[in-house]
Design a protein around this ligand. Sequence first.
Ligand SMILES: Nc1nc2c(c(=O)[nH]1)N[C@H]1C(S)=C(S)[C@@H](COP(=O)(O)O)O[C@H]1N2
Ligand SMILES: [Mo]
Length: 347
Amino acid sequence: MQLPPNQQLVAQDKWPIVGERLPASELRPWSVEVAGGVRRPRSFPLEELRALPQATRAIDIHCVTRWSKPGMEFSGVPLAVLLEVCQPTAEARFVSFVARSLRRHSTSLVLSDALELDVLLALAAGGAPLTVDHGGPVRIITPQRYFYKSLKWLDRIELLVDDRLGYWEAEAGYHNHADPWREERYLAPTLTRHAMRQVLASRDFAGRDLRSIDARGHNLDGLNAAAALLRDADFRGCSLRRACFDGANLSNARLQGANLRGATLRGADVEGADFAAADLRESNFTGASLFGASFCTESPAADDPLRDAARIDGTTIIPRSALDALTPRQQVFLLEQLARIDSSARE
Ligand SMILES: Nc1nc2c(c(=O)[nH]1)N[C@H]1C(S)=C(S)[C@@H](COP(=O)(O)O)O[C@H]1N2
Ligand SMILES: [Mo]
């Protein structure tokens, strides 16, 4: 099957948990309220949702951090069924889904998109009731959008005249349209070219928001990028010796061929980052989140299976506990490397 650009398959039996892990604990029984721009606002107790006609759909999950899980079977009530009961007003153009969670997590869609995409209020996945960590008892499933448009623990559906950005969209710059085929992942902050040159020359990125920065080929030895936001950043071919990325967000960053000797990435988020052909000797990944990270090219030439593989040696620290979340091929590559290396230096 064809995947959207820059996505990779998650291992068959795995379904990662992303974002919030639990709903807010409240005693009131679960129900879904439909409110805002509707002629008949009302609340649907869980039992009523379960009693409505259920639809089953095979959905391809595409997480913005680059993993995909195609053909997941979800069953539940189509959003259209609820809206037929509640009747959106003519002015309602957006729909916001709000979670029963501590931060009142939310996400929104253009109402006509939601209906066209056939959004589902899912009660079951793979034939079994949704587990709590995956949004049970009831979550939103939005096909054909990155998975952050699929809200867990649905509490409230609000019809709106003006859009209200969701949590990830407002707080983390996630793209509001989220089409994986167009790679609508994140919005880049705008920096003038002059400001960009200054930032690169200073080698001080600490704590800054430099999402999608294009630093290709620069000499950034000794860079201080502690706690910087570097999602989607392009560091291909950079010299980053002894750089500090501790606590930084490097998700989906491109580091192919970068020299990261002696760099520290302690507690960094490197989900979906690409380290193919990077020099990682003496680097430190303690506590880093490696979900979907790549350390070698996914589809190498048949004659050279480790073409473009990262260089790792006995001084590189990559905790074994983090290997779980890699794709099978990345796992095999790293395990082979680690097996070759004296294990005393790692967790
Ligand atoms: N309530 C709530 N829903 C949420 C999130 C969240 O943090 N809170 N994260 C979103 C993101 S980014 C993803 S990828 C999916 C993850 O769903 P899963 O944990 O079932 O894989 O949930 C989405 N819905
Ligand atoms: Mo996500």
